[in-house]
Design a protein around this ligand. Structure first.
Ligand code: SIN
Ligand code: FE2
Length: 215
């Protein structure tokens, strides 16, 4: 339990979202400042950009990557690739502190030995959203996905394996980490349109990191 200023402890620090999915509230809070500094360096080398979906739409979320491969979308489809299509250069390396945090969180959720090789970095401005989807471009679905939320809060939609399963809504705040794998690995999920706001750490945006084993 997390104690608030007044000594209440009614917010569970570990909240199961489904079989195989766990929300760890505030788990990345202490690391947030260091993560944001590293994200600044990464996005200097590989700036945020709005990718185009295979259907020709511009995504409202701005994205970039670090790691051995990065997730990209364009008219040809979705895939992981070792280079940034905007620059032709390899994606910036994944900082050791990123991989360590993701591995620790994964282990907390029962997925020991998680070694991510890709980190998708999403930036949401107010109004940006990510519609319901499955993360299934990774060849090894035994590895979980680990998501770290920074900055403005968001509503995370987390459903089942079928698109038609009604998703539940969970508030994700600065420092929250979600891990989903095993029976939840192919759960449909998304982010509701981000509300206006300002956060001391990020200003008027939310940044999300998702760690994946993509090789
Ligand atoms: C994702 O589904 O890849 C990102 C989810 C999030 O922004 O929390
Ligand atoms: Fe996703």
């Amino acid at each position: 339990m997390i104690d608030d200023l007044f000594g209440y402890s009614d917010v569970p620090a570990r909240e199961p979202l489904a079989d195989g999915a766990l929300l760890l509230r505030g788990y990345a809070g202490d690391a947030a400042e260091e993560l944001l500094q590293a994200i600044d360096a990464i996005t200097t080398a590989a700036p945020f950009r709005h990718m185009i979906t295979p259907g020709g739409y511009r995504m409202s979320v701005a994205m970039t990557n670090c790691g051995r491969v990065g997730w990209v979308s364009d008219r040809r489809g979705y895939r992981y690739q070792p280079t940034d299509p905007d620059t032709g250069r390899p994606w910036p390396a994944m900082p050791a502190a990123f991989a360590e945090l993701a591995a620790r969180a994964a282990a907390e959720a029962g997925f020991a030995g998680f070694v991510p090789d890709a980190c998708l970095i999403n930036r949401y401005a107010p109004g940006s959203r990510l519609s319901l989807h499955q993360d299934r471009d990774e060849p090894d679905l035994r590895a979980p996905v680990v998501s770290v939320s920074l900055g403005l809060p968001a509503v995370f939609l987390f459903g089942g394996r079928r698109r038609g399963d009604r998703p539940r809504r969970h508030r994700l705040a600065h420092g929250d980490v979600v891990v989903w794998g095993g029976p939840a690995r192919l759960a449909f999920h998304g982010i509701a349109p981000l509300a206006e706001g300002a956060h001391p750490a990020t200003g008027a945006c939310r940044i999300n990191l998702t760690f994946r084993k993509a090789l």
